[in-house]
Design a protein. Structure first.
Lengths: 769, 223
């Protein structure tokens, strides 16, 4: 039976919650001020509040007693909060305001009580709370369990609270250790190296830190540490109108319990919302270690199987006790929410077509064993039958540019193995060519003189400038970066074997397998860069095409990807393309509608050449929320697509949002028994409300550790729109070309945008010195 | 070394037309924009600027930490307010250096600062660009280029440490910024104003040189 991590609030759809209404008064009350006031009511008075929808100067507060009169000093005005005196007011789900605000009010009430009823603490997000002590410490890194809390409304069921488990990593040593003075230079250098590794500074990152002083913890970013810089030697500082002679004096007056000494090291850090970097005591800072910087010993600790996850969630509910919302009448039901069968969408795996019309039929039964066999067959068929399509005019030489210090035989092995893999899949003869280089300029010059454009495996270090420069100098080339570190690591596996924990010895066969997996991954990536299509689907359910829109993590690039999959009698009938553009307004997450519209149009011009048949349906999916005027940009593009004949005049179009990491922290699992809980089967979804669904595309058949991580889909359309969007997304995820033997989490269009944005992110210069 | 100049505000800031006197198409220099368009009391601003400038001039002449730069600046080969132009980019990349001087194999770049110290990325890019220029202009390598920020108010000299990596990063950063400019240039040429997203930060918006042709900018300035 499919079960979720949602706890339903008692009373279901008939729940009634006592509320008070309050008036906000000030010279100019904006929505930001209203939100800030609500946050203040939460942190200072443990009152859950939020603005009345459509009215910035009225608040709804979850409370059965009168709200105390408040006066809040804003920058240019004083804002007062006054109870409106509506005694005995209640809010339920039968009215629209209740539907709109109750889930977030309960979420805030639950979160507001955590600092008082538990010893949990938090960093940047108000919804993520960490346990006080780490559950594991290895190699100088502490791992903390974190509870992610969210409130939502489950249509026809009631209010729900989701709690999920994640993991946060902090370095055990504080920054005074890494920037200590008076230690031997060798030791100082070693500590600096560790610091750079943990903060990913060699990859161009600044380094994320946690600043803990008093009762607060805040995220900040490393700027610099001058040798000999101490708290007593920092310049004069001014905080909230008070001037302090130096940082030491500031701590002495504001945080005497921190016991910061004059001669303790100080480092410069930047905080979000502050215009200029500030000096802080190094001892109050810890490195926040990101997953990619974790040592092998910790890479799996965040993989929690479904049963262990449930136990941890149970622990949270035990921690908050019987009165989680601070109102005794409101509590949560026993057990976790199990959706009924009408709310579950099971998407059948599609037929897949390989070379020469060879079809792989979907599994005959919905069970993990059959699914596993099916995924394995994808890999086997690709090896035996070959790719569905490959551009015949592709240059057949695979260049391998490698620094001179990489042994020639290692480069020869990689390039040769990759060429052989691609030859096997395409049934064409690919040959490797080695280009050893002393400098990057030399490499790009050699490659450009070798051919106008081609395919190159470029062995580079993780320096963003080198990656950007090679791509800039080789425009028009298909460039696959292989990092020097990963190449060396895998070649060592091949040469020396990999560690076998059972035999407690190095094992050559095991090492060989690791090398083969590495070569396969590199080759499949290169194959796709060369526009090879390993296998195809007939359609995306009710849609002939899917367009993904994504913005990079640092908001510096926009990527769009278009997939067309339809009847072979039509032209084009199967094609995929991805475009990336630098974002001109990177301070904003929203995409400029004119630029978005033009990008979409150009994408269609690129994909639909010569004689073509108009598309009858298109699903446009934005990663995350549609923001600002983006929808206007899309509608403008759709009109132009119809005008140019790319889209039929009566084409069906739908707009959806895909939240790759479930916005509401929803999890799904299959409850077999009290102590037997498994991951759900691939491609199952739960309809939470008419426009919100949680979809799992990876599951029991191919997940070996951890719990399936659903994505949430939001679709505003009428009737079956949401179910159709779910189906198209699940089928899109079956184009798992990067790893055919296992299920893929993202639909291929988002896999492509993600990969392209990741490449650009790795090339972006974020700090100069 | 002579005495620092003295004099009142009227000598430093000659009378400047108020906003109402400026024709719409005539943009005031950004440096005086706060005075012309700002809502704050311009007298206070001017007094503050005057005080800061006089202090800076005084410190320039009297601070021992700046003696080396005064002497470098007085040498016949010194380049003061020198225009730079970087080659090897698809568009002209230009700037102006406060002081550049070479002594033997070493090149020194001085960036005089009147305001408070800041470590923003823009400043690093600016200084690294100066260094990049110096390596070709003075035919020297990265190890022989010294770049300093001389803070005239706080009398501090802050060295900006550079190496080959800094210059490579600066070059690539300029190329990446150009990529964005090229995208917008196309729209600018064809007059598609909607492609230019207004900056939500009022302070930045008010200083934008295109504010008089942008509806949001006009609204911010004339609010």
């Amino acid at each position: 039976m499919l079960e979720t991590n949602l706890k339903i609030v008692n009373g279901g759809m008939t729940v009634h919650v006592p509320v008070r209404y309050a008036r906000l008064e000030g010279a100019h009350v904006s929505s930001e001020i209203a939100q800030r006031t609500c946050n203040l009511l939460g942190s200072r008075y443990q009152l859950a509040a939020r603005p009345v929808p459509g009215s910035e100067n009225q608040l709804i507060v979850l409370s059965d007693t009168r709200i105390p009169g408040l006066s809040i000093e804003e920058e240019n005005q004083t804002v007062t909060v006054e109870d409106l005196g509506r005694e005995g007011a209640e809010l339920g789900l039968s009215d629209e305001v209740g539907k709109a605000v109750l889930s977030s009010l309960l979420e805030r009430a639950l979160i507001g009580g955590l600092p008082h009823s538990t010893n949990l603490w938090r960093l940047d997000s108000p919804r993520k709370w960490l346990e006080r002590d780490p559950f594991s410490t290895r190699d100088g890194i502490e791992a903390y369990r974190r509870f992610e809390i969210s409130g939502l409304l489950v249509d026809s069921v009631g209010l729900a609270i989701s709690v999920d488990i994640s993991t946060a990593f902090l370095a055990s040593q504080t920054l005074d250790y890494y920037h200590a003075s008076g230690i031997p230079s060798q030791e100082s250098k070693r500590r600096q190296e560790v610091f750079c590794r943990l903060t990913s500074r060699q990859k161009g990152q600044k380094g994320t830190l946690v600043y803990r002083v008093g009762l607060t913890a805040r995220v900040c970013y490393f700027e610099k540490a001058n040798p000999g810089q101490t708290c007593g030697l920092t310049p004069e500082i001014k905080v909230h109108g008070v001037t302090y002679r130096n940082l030491h004096e500031y701590y002495l007056q504001r945080y005497p319990e921190a016991k910061i000494k004059e001669n303790e090291p100080a480092v410069l850090v930047s905080f979000q919302g502050l215009d200029v970097p500030v000096w802080v005591a190094a001892r109050l800072l810890s490195v926040r270690v990101m997953n990619e910087s974790l040592p092998d010993s910790l890479t799996s600790v965040d993989k929690i199987d479904p049963l262990s996850r449930i136990r941890l969630i149970d622990r949270f509910w035990q921690l908050v006790g019987d009165n989680p919302f601070g109102i005794p009448a409101i509590t949560v039901l026993q057990g976790y929410y199990r959706p009924n069968v009408e709310r579950i969408v099971s998407v059948d795996l599609p037929k897949l077509e390989f070379a020469n019309g060879k079809i792989l039929e979907p599994p005959t039964q919905r069970d993990a064993h059959e699914y596993k066999k099916h995924y394995r067959s994808r890999s086997e068929l690709l090896d035996s039958v070959g790719v569905y399509s490959f551009p015949p005019a592709t240059n057949r030489t695979i260049q391998c540019a490698h620094p001179n210090d990489i042994p020639n035989e290692a480069a020869k092995q990689l390039a040769g193995d990759v060429a052989r893999a691609i030859s096997k899949w395409t049934k064409l003869d690919f040959r490797p060519n080695l280009v050893p280089y002393p400098s990057l300029t030399d490499a790009t010059a050699k490659l450009r003189s070798a051919s106008l454009a081609g395919t190159v495996l470029f062995v580079l270090d993780e320096n963003p400038a080198a990656y950007y420069d090679s791509a800039f100098q080789l425009q028009g080339w298909r460039l696959k970066r292989v990092t020097r570190a990963s190449f060396r690591k895998h070649y060592r596996y091949l040469e020396e074997g990999a560690w076998d924990p059972k035999k407690k010895a190095m094992d050559l066969r095991r090492g060989g397998q690791k090398w083969d997996q590495y070569v396969r991954m590199v080759s499949l990536d290169l194959l796709q860069q060369m526009d090879g299509v390993p296998y195809r689907v007939g359609s995306l359910g009710a849609f002939e095409s899917q367009l993904a829109i994504d913005v990079g993590y640092d908001r510096r690039h926009i990527a769009i990807s278009l997939l067309v999959a339809r009847d072979t009698a039509l032209n084009p009938n199967f094609r995929i393309a991805t475009e990336v553009l630098a974002k001109t307004d990177h301070k904003l997450e929203t995409i400029n509608p004119t630029i978005l519209s033009d990008m979409i149009l150009q994408m269609f011009h690129r994909l639909f050449r010569g004689k073509f048949d108009p598309l009858q349906s298109l699903l446009v999916v934005r990663d995350g929320e549609f923001r600002g005027q983006e929808k206007t940009g899309i509608y403008q593009a759709l009109l132009q697509l119809k005008d140019k004949g790319f889209l039929a005049l009566d084409a069906t179009t739908a707009l959806a949002e895909l939240h790759k990491t479930s916005q509401k922290s929803i999890r799904l699992w299959e409850r077999v028994g009290d102590n037997d809980v498994r991951n759900p089967l691939e491609c199952h979804a739960v309809i939470i409300s008419p426009n919100l669904a949680a979809l799992v595309t990876t599951g029991e058949a191919t997940l070996h550790q951890g719990t399936a991580e659903p994505m949430t889909l939001v679709c505003d359309g009428e009737g079956e729109s949401l179910r159709r969007a779910v189906e198209a997304t699940a089928i899109g995820a079956q184009l798992n070309w990067g790893s055919p033997g296992v299920a893929q989490r993202l639909p291929v269009v988002f896999k492509r945008t993600d990969e392209e944005l990741e490449v650009r992110y790795s090339q972006e210069i974020r700090r100069i010195a | 070394m002579g005495k620092g100049p003295s004099g009142g505000r009227s000598e430093i800031f000659p009378p400047y037309p108020k906003r109402r006197c400026v024709r719409p198409q005539q943009f005031p220099p950004t440096i005086l924009d706060e005075v012309l368009n700002g809502s704050r009391d311009d007298e206070v601003l001017l007094d503050h600027a005057e005080e800061q400038m006089l202090g800076a001039i005084h410190n320039f002449f009297r601070t021992p930490a700046f003696a080396e730069f005064r002497s470098l600046g007085a040498s016949p080969e010194a380049r003061i307010e020198c225009k730079l132009s970087l080659a090897g980019f698809p568009v002209p990349v230009t700037g102006k250096i406060d002081l550049a001087a070479v002594s033997g194999a070493h090149a020194t770049i001085v960036d005089w600062k009147i305001g408070g110290s800041s470590d923003g990325g823009t400043e690093s890019l600016q200084l690294a660009t100066y260094g990049l220029w110096a390596t070709t202009e003075f035919r020297t390598d990265d190890q022989n280029v010294r770049i300093v920020k001389a803070h005239l108010t706080t009398k501090e000299v802050v060295q900006f440490n550079v190496d080959l990596n800094t210059f490579v990063n600066a070059r690539v950063r300029i190329l990446q910024d150009l990529e964005r400019m090229v995208i917008l240039h196309r729209y600018g040429k064809s007059g598609v104003i909607d492609a230019f997203t207004p900056n939500p930060q009022q302070g930045v918006c008010r200083l934008c040189p295109f504010r008089e042709v942008c509806p949001e900018g006009k609204a911010a300035v004339h609010a």
